[in-house]
Design a protein around this ligand. Structure first.
Ligand code: NOJ
Length: 532
């Protein structure tokens, strides 16, 4: 049975088609390759796939620079391959969302080519132009390591054009009605092909207004709501997930009255998971969740540990950022923009207990967890690759030199040393009960049985031990007690009378007597239900 609001309980899995599995032996992952790995994803227990951009593109920003919104990049296959994939995903009872890049196109897009070539072209107004490049000076530069301005002089056009990301990604002009219509049609096209919704790239920056930061403007929200209305009216049940890196109160606006986004990534929570582990304190988690306003009943947070970008540290204070850099980026090559371009396992010193603890927090705190491909087996990064490519290396299926990813040499080299395919791969973990893969698979299966994880409210236990994150998740039907020792030492916890008694340990299936004081081993966590 399909539950309404399925996304509130769902576990998402983010993957790059290029990196997942090569079906035709050219060294690059593709849609037919991914199709043969759906059993793996189903075995892991994920509910919804999120594919990074798969459209024709010069790939200067790994596909976030789109040259044609209505096709598939030839490296990945064809529209027929995509249809077959969607069908196979649905046959398995899973879902699939794709990336919808609204804010900008590639400078190779025919719209931009026409716009720059002729001032009188109908496409000129599809982009944002200036004679001086002086407007909107209050808008920050996002790719601060790589760009120095949001304006770029275009020789051919004889004007500057506006871009919030790379200079090769001109921003679309949402003040132009034709752009608004075009992008509604792009959404319709993919929804007609059966996708279950979109992860919307950078929806924060659609409009520009003088004297503002050009972020989260009322006009931007109005357009996003309009797109949501189209989805609800023409494709009911599809979802809209916002990638908007903003503080909690601003993020909250993207849910509006439950009529804008269904989900939004909780960007401020993510770095605080790492901060909590670095400081061995629950306070950063408690503080940020206390700062997080309630959201409408039909919405959900999307939570994550890592994704395909750098671990962004925009949502922390300067002091916290220094601490996080110090702890998690010992080599200067690891720093990119305001973040850290590393994978989860190396960030957590390849300490399996810490990695499992981080996943436990992800699975038990409010939100729909979004996993990043390869983190379920503890893949590492390759820092020799530029920009964010080091965290986008081939999925490591087995111990062979090409990681079982391709019959040919892969498009990018896997990490070496402790994280080489010989040390980290699916084949070695999938039937191994102690592996990270098996832990995640088991934890997801347990999570699925308890709706309180997706829908319960959150209440912290007032315990005097600052190193333990202890909280309740509760629905009218059930009450779960979650305990996490964030430190590398044993911690004793005084439990209130309401948390004592015979407890069922959900992860082991054993009964535990819980008395006033409970000792947790280093990085230990417990998922408990208490007997009345
Ligand atoms: C956010 C995406 O996650 C990132 O990978 C991309 O570079 C920018 N948006 C620009 O599209």
């Amino acid at each position: 049975m399909t539950l309404p609001l399925w996304y509130q309980d769902a576990v998402f899995y983010e993957l790059n088609v290029r990196a997942f599995y090569d079906g035709n032996g050219d060294g690059m992952g593709d849609l037919p390759g991914l199709l043969t790995k759906l059993d793996y994803l189903q075995t892991l227990g994920v509910d919804c796939l999120w594919l990074l951009p798969i459209y024709p593109s010069p790939l200067k920003d790994d596909g976030y620079d789109i040259a044609d919104y209505y096709n598939i990049h030839p490296d990945y296959g064809t529209l027929d391959d995509f249809k077959a994939l969607v069908q196979a995903v649905h046959t398995r009872g899973m879902r699939i969302i794709t990336d919808l890049v609204l804010n900008h196109t590639s400078d190779r897009h025919p719209w931009f080519q026409a716009a720059r070539a002729d001032k009188n072209s109908h496409y000129r107004q599809y982009y944002v132009w200036s004679d001086s490049g002086a407007e909107y000076a209050q808008a920050r530069i996002i790719f601060s390591d790589l760009e120095t301005s949001n304006w770029k002089w275009d020789e051919q056009a004889g004007q500057y054009y506006w871009h919030r990301f790379y200079a090769h990604q001109p921003d679309l002009n949402y003040d132009h009605p034709a752009v608004q219509e075009e992008m509604l049609n792009v959404a319709r096209f993919w929804l007609n092909l059966g996708v279950d919704g979109f992860r919307v790239d950078a929806p924060t920056y659609l409009f520009e207004r003088e004297g503002t930061s050009c972020e989260s403007l009322p006009e931007t929200h109005a357009y996003l709501k309009r797109m949501r209305r189209v989805m609800d009216a023409e494709f009911p049940g599809r979802i809209f997930l916002a990638e908007t890196n903003q503080p909690p109160r601003e993020l909250r606006q993207y849910f509006a009255e439950g009529d804008e986004f269904h989900l939004a990534f909780h960007f401020p929570l993510m770095p605080r998971l790492f901060l909590a582990l670095a400081k061995e304190e629950a306070a950063p988690l408690r503080d940020i969740l206390a700062e997080t306003p309630p959201i409408p009943a039909n919405c959900q947070w999307a939570t994550f540990l890592r994704n395909h970008d750098e671990l962004t540290l925009e949502m922390v204070t300067d002091e916290e950022r220094r601490l996080l850099w110090q702890q998690y980026a010992p080599d200067p090559r690891m720093i990119l923009n305001l973040g850290i371009r590393r994978r989860l396992a190396p960030l957590l010193d390849n300490n399996q207990r810490k990695i499992k603890l981080a996943h436990s927090l992800l699975f038990t705190l409010p939100g729909a967890p979004v996993l990043y491909y390869g983190d379920e087996i503890g893949m590492g990064e390759n820092l020799n690759l530029p920009d964010r490519n080091g965290v986008r290396t081939p999925m490591q299926w087995d111990a062979t030199e090409t990681a079982g990813f391709s019959a040919a040499a892969p498009y990018a080299p896997c990490p070496a040393g402790d994280y080489a395919p010989a040390r980290v791969n699916v084949a070695a973990q999938i039937n191994q009960p102690d592996s990270l893969f098996s832990f995640i698979q088991h934890a997801l299966a347990i999570r699925k049985k308890h709706r309180a994880f997706g829908r319960g409210n959150l209440r912290w236990l007032n315990t005097p031990n600052p190193a333990v994150a202890a909280f309740w998740r509760q629905t009218p039907a059930e009450k779960l007690l979650l305990l996490h020792n964030l430190s590398g030492q044993s911690q004793t916890l005084d439990l209130p009378a309401t948390a004592r008694g015979a407890a069922h340990d959900l992860l082991t299936g054993h009964w535990l007597p819980i008395s006033a004081a409970l000792t947790l081993a280093p990085y230990q966590f417990l998922w408990l239900t208490l007997e009345d």
